[in-house]
Write a protein that binds this ligand. Sequence first.
Ligand code: ZN
Length: 149
Amino acid sequence: MEYLNERVSYLRGLADGLGIDDSTKEGKIILAILDTLEDFADAINELEASHSELDDYVGEIDEDLSEIENHIYGDEDYEEEDDDYDYDYEDEDEDEEDYEEYVEVECPNCHMLMSVEEELLEDEDAELVCPHCNATLKVKDLKIVDDDD
Ligand SMILES: [Zn+2]
C-alpha cells in the first residue's frame, strides 16, 4: 500500500507546482486535505502491517491446532480445511452412546435381524416398519434375540 503515500506525494507536488499555498482560503483547505490524506495513507499502511502479522500468527495457530487434532482424532479422513470435522466427530460419539440402548430383534415376516431402541419395546402395541421387508410390525410380535439362545 506504499503507493498511497506516493499518490499523496504526487498531489502535494502538483499543488506546489500550481503555486497553491495558504494565502487563499482554497489553498488552506487543499493543503489541509493533503495533510489528512497523508495521515490516512500512514494509518492504512500500519493497519496492513499489523494485519499481515496477525494473519501469520493465526496461520501458525491453525497449523498447531491441526497437529493436535490429528493427534487426538487420528488422521483418518481428516482434512485441514474441513471445519465441520469436529461436529461430525461429536455426532459419532453420540451414536455410539445411543447404540447401547438398542436391542436386536428378529422380524417375524422375513426373519432378518434389526436393531430397535429398547425404549420402543416397552410399549407392546407400538408399531415399526421392518427395514428389510417393509412389513409393519407390532412390538409384541417381535422376537427378541437373546445371546443365551
Ligand atoms: Zn422383515
